[in-house]
Design a protein around this ligand. Sequence first.
Ligand code: GRF
Length: 217
Amino acid sequence: MILTLKNSEYNFNKKKKIIVSYLVSGKGSNFQAVAEKIINGYIKADNGVVISSSSNALALEKSEKLGIKSIVINPENFKSKIDHETEIIKTLEFYKTDLIVTAGYMRILTPLFVNRYKFRIINIHPSLLPSFTGKNAQQQALDYGVRFTGCTSHFIDEGTDTGPIILQSPVEIKSDDNINTLSARILKEEHKILTESVKLFCENKLILKNNRVIIKT
Ligand code: GRF
């Protein structure tokens, strides 16, 4: 993946087929949504590797079922965050990763990692950013009493949930919603916009102009 600076626009030039790898910590439904679309050819890319921060992550079972290689790189086995990420980078490089999808990855990446993969890490967050960053975004939306929340796919930068936004999808909060009903409706939208974002990236249709992601038509 080469990032070229062209007339003050960043252009995502793609090589023939992008290799997509995943960082996960939990259920892995977002990973599954993207990986299946790669397998069925909707997204023209190859699945690389699934890296889990936990050996209990359901995402590991999902990757096995889909025939995608997975590995547990548990932060507890490393002296420092940097050592942990160095191992992750080694694995990503071994699988020749072009694009990283953080799909329910519950750890903050260091600036070192983020800058190494600048504009090559896509995250999915369950709120309409910049509202409700960090953990429990759905509960934050319920507690605040907003009428609409939703989800956002974005490139990761050095901040928490602050990078350039790719796609967003609004979800209305109903008066009888609780955390489970609301999270389930948001999750469905997460799958859609994350999949579309990866597809757009792989089709070389994303351009970064200042902090805005422009979608080529
Ligand atoms: C999703 O809402 C995701 O945005 C959040 O964790 C939830 C579970 O995601 N970070 P997944 O099923 O593990 O992809």
